[in-house]
Design a protein around this ligand. Structure first.
Ligand SMILES: [Fe+2]
Length: 279
């Protein structure tokens, strides 16, 4: 975090996260997403309009939870290293579009946290973004980013090293540890409509672990394009902003106060913010 952002965060006694998700961007990649409301080709201009709003938003951190790009045919493999090798032309185009995304993130002048989603191509994403540490402390808040996978029937899974990271994070630091914010592409809570698998296998147990440990204040996800927000009795915010790829290009500002209280506000690049969705 820059000194200016850190000073502002401590002055305001809170950390403000600008959370956007599911851009499905295509600029060098030809064509557009299969669903018409995903405005892949409008994303570069929408990001520029978002940049113009940044000074007024007073964010300290940018969080981006996957589906940065809409890489054709990547859905066949999903995450977990199973993505089919792309044609040389597609690899070149996807790399150019990841560079565009990275340049935009750098241009904000803010620290950022980013993870790929199931429409990203992991190997090409890694060429541009590398492997940043999964755990980062920014302005007194511990951010933990999870890159999870889909199993053969397309249910999100957190296994192996990612599971160990999760268990260590929720147990780590004890009650004196820093507040935590977790990022992942898929959802832990609330359960979504039957028929499509947005939530992790074992998500109810993951939710229980988060709430028993008591240090995680916000669980930021993407993937579910309508967006959602659920708050546990103890104030843990499970948050999915509506997908940025659809007009009017919504995103969410989440504030984590020094006492662990979370508040949020939905904002749009174009026009008024959509009505808050509470569950
Ligand atoms: Fe998506």
């Amino acid at each position: 975090m820059s000194h200016a952002a850190h000073d502002r965060a401590s002055r305001n006694n809170r950390v403000r996260i600008l959370h956007l998700t599911d851009l499905h961007l295509r600029q060098a990649i030809p064509g557009t997403a299969t669903k018409a409301e995903r405005l892949s080709r409008a994303m570069p201009a929408a990001l520029e309009r978002l940049s113009a709003k940044l000074p007024a938003l007073a964010a300290d951190v940018v969080a981006l939870t996957g589906d940065l790009l809409d890489v054709p045919d990547v859905e066949a493999g999903g995450l977990g290293g199973n993505d089919a090798p792309p044609s040389p032309a597609l690899a070149q185009h996807a790399e150019a579009d990841y560079r565009l995304m990275k340049d935009w993130l750098e241009s904000t002048g803010l620290p950022y946290l980013v993870i790929p989603g199931n429409h990203d191509h992991e190997a090409i994403y890694d060429r541009v973004f590398g492997a940043p540490p999964a755990v980062r402390d920014l302005a007194g808040v511990r951010f933990v980013a999870f890159r999870d996978e889909l199993d053969a029937d397309r249910t999100p899974l957190r296994t192996g090293a990612r599971r160990a990271l999760f268990e260590e994070a929720v147990a780590g630091g004890g009650m004196d540890g820093p507040w935590q914010v977790h990022l992942q592409h898929y959802m832990i809570h609330p359960p979504t409509v039957a028929g499509w698998r947005y939530n992790y296998r074992g998500s109810r147990r993951m939710k229980r672990m988060i709430e028993q440990a008591g240090r995680v204040r916000a669980v930021l996800s993407g993937h579910y394009h309508p967006g959602s927000l659920a708050v546990s009795r103890d104030g843990v915010h499970y948050s999915v902003p509506p997908a940025f790829c659809s007009a009017p290009h919504p995103f969410r500002l989440m504030d984590v106060a020094a006492d662990g209280t979370v508040s949020y506000r939905d904002v749009c690049v174009d026009g008024p913010a959509p009505a808050k969705e509470r569950r």
